[in-house]
Structures are given as structure tokens and as C-alpha cells.
Write a protein that binds this ligand. Structure first.
Ligand SMILES: [Zn+2]
Ligand SMILES: [Zn+2]
Length: 138
């Protein structure tokens, strides 16, 4: 079997960089209220990769991590310079959570489900229902 290519990721300012090596474990959209807060978006796009297949390239010690008090494992890590979410190890597991939007390449998995669907924002519209524009639109 040919070895899968590594996929690089980086924050907006480039101070924090990493690489993941397939195969990934899971890829899901999460609509929970916590993910909506930390992403500022309708849902998170969470890719999970075994920690052994994750490598920091730059800025590991710069990343700031916030563990939500009282939560079993909810945490968020981010670049303190540009605010971009960056990967973090999921407490109590051997997986890294990769916010998929920070990847510079294409991972081996596509999302296979939307979780916490019952918690989705009241304003959420499924994207097939929306007109598409290459850039800003009207
Ligand atoms: Zn940054
Ligand atoms: Zn969530």
C-alpha cells in the first residue's frame, strides 16, 4: 500500500504549523452550542487524528488552550496572535482534534455526519438551499 501523503495545516498568521498523517479517525460537523461559540460559525468541522500521526512543525508552545470548567473533555486551542483555532489533544483520548478549516491540504476523509443536530442554530440553513457565488456575491 502506498503511504498516504501528509497534510499540512497552519493558522492565519503562520506562526503555528503542523502536519497530520492519514488515516484519520473521524470527521464530523458538530452543531453543539460550545462548538458554535468557539468557531463563531453554524457548526464546527472536527477532524480526529491519532496523536501518533500528528506533528507540530512550529509554534506548539505559543498555542493557548482553554479547558471548559466542568466539561468532561471540551477544550479549545488557538493562536494568540491571529485568533485562529489550532489542534488540541482531546482529554482522556489518544486523538487530536483538528479544526478542518485550518488545513492547507485535503484530508483523507470527508465529513460523515452532523452531530448535536438538535442544538443547531435556529438560523441555520443547509447549504444546498443557498445560492452560490464565487466571491462576495451581491
Ligand atoms: Zn496565528
Ligand atoms: Zn461540538
Amino acid at each position: 500500500m502506498a503511504s498516504e501523503p501528509v497534510v499540512a495545516g497552519s493558522c492565519l498568521c503562520g506562526d503555528i504549523r503542523f502536519e497530520i498523517t492519514p488515516p484519520s479517525t473521524a470527521f464530523r460537523y458538530c452543531h453543539c452550542s460550545r462548538c458554535r461559540k468557539v468557531t463563531g460559525a453554524a457548526h464546527a468541522a472536527n477532524l480526529f487524528v491519532p496523536a501518533a500521526q500528528f506533528k507540530w512543525i512550529a509554534g506548539e508552545t505559543q498555542a493557548r488552550r482553554y479547558d471548559l470548567p466542568g466539561a468532561k473533555r471540551f477544550a479549545v486551542s488557538f493562536c494568540p496572535k491571529c485568533g485562529t483555532r489550532v489542534p488540541h489533544k482531546v482529554t482522556g483520548t489518544e486523538n487530536m482534534l483538528i479544526p478542518a478549516g485550518v488545513l492547507d491540504g485535503t484530508p483523507d476523509l470527508k465529513p460523515d455526519g452532523s452531530i448535536f443536530w438538535g442544538s443547531r442554530a435556529a438560523w441555520f440553513i443547509e447549504t444546498p438551499e443557498l445560492p452560490k457565488a464565487e466571491e462576495y456575491g451581491k
